[in-house]
Design a protein around this ligand. Structure first.
Ligand SMILES: CC(C)(COP(=O)(O)OP(=O)(O)OC[C@H]1O[C@@H](n2cnc3c(N)ncnc32)[C@H](O)[C@@H]1OP(=O)(O)O)[C@@H](O)C(=O)NCCC(=O)NCCS
Length: 217
């Protein structure tokens, strides 16, 4: 476990039903198919993406080394043996000295309702606590995003805050919930390691440039 460690040694990660791997340039069609949807962008802090925007998002995801504060590690969700990217999870370095990270997740609506996002988000927490050594991992969730709220609560994250009308987008006020978990809470909930990299010889994080975006989703 290493707090400040880069992700250079991070291999694809296997969960019960999913394989989480680095995003690749040839994921563009799949990524665009969900990033361009209004129902996906609705509760994220951005608009639906054009193909060019999805391409730029993908390029920055591929390039990120996830070492400096403000950088983001995004992993594609696939359902083996299919290699198609059906969504992603991310960890965003919010504060390196305090070992704080933000997590988030997106699943293509065609694959929703099967628990894949919960399974992937649990693995993102495992990765964050067990591999990267974060002290606290949090998620910011639109107060109307019922499906995402259920994920945070299924994972045992604590509701820390309810910010009221702290955002305004497309003519409407947005309110936000903050959910979080501490490393000691994770260890109490999961005394046995959850993080299980496969193919450890595969370097899945070989990009050179850091990304530094205001919105980590
Ligand atoms: C938020 C989002 C990821 C939730 O997706 P989801 O498919 O509802 O979440 P899961 O994959 O964990 O599926 C959970 C559902 O699958 C069901 N399910 C079926 N099989 C399951 C299994 N094996 N394990 C767990 N749940 C299972 C659950 O009952 C649950 O249904 P419920 O929420 O009606 O109770 C998705 O709506 C999304 O991508 N939204 C757009 C982006 C977004 O808002 N992201 C969050 C930003 S904070």
């Amino acid at each position: 476990m290493s707090n400040g460690g880069e992700a250079a040694d991070l291999a694809p990660v296997r969960t019960e039903r999913l394989l989480l791997r680095r995003l690749r340039a040839d994921d563009l069609d799949a990524v665009h198919s969900f990033q361009s949807r209004a129902d996906v962008a609705r509760y994220l802090y951005r608009n639906a993406m054009t193909r060019d925007e999805a391409g730029a998002w993908l390029a920055s995801s591929i390039a990120s080394r996830f070492a400096d504060e403000g950088t983001t590690l995004r992993l594609a969700l696939t359902v083996p043996p299919d290699d198609r990217c059906i969504g992603y999870v991310h960890l965003h370095r919010a504060n390196n000295p305090a070992r704080q990270a933000e997590t988030g997740y997106v699943i293509h609506p065609d694959h929703a309702g099967r628990g894949y996002a919960t399974e992937a988000a649990r693995e993102a927490l495992a990765l964050g606590f067990e591999h990267f050594g974060f002290h606290r991992i949090f998620a910011r969730v639109d107060a109307q995003n019922a499906a995402s709220i259920r994920i945070c609560e299924r994972l045992g994250m604590r509701r820390e805050a309810h910010l009221v009308e702290n955002d305004r987008r497309n003519g409407r006020w947005g309110s936000e919930l903050v959910y979080a978990m501490l490393a000691r809470e994770w260890n109490a909930a999961y005394p046995d390691p959850v993080f299980r990299p496969v193919h450890p010889e595969v370097n899945v994080h070989g990009g050179d440039e850091a990304t530094n975006s205001g919105s980590s989703a």
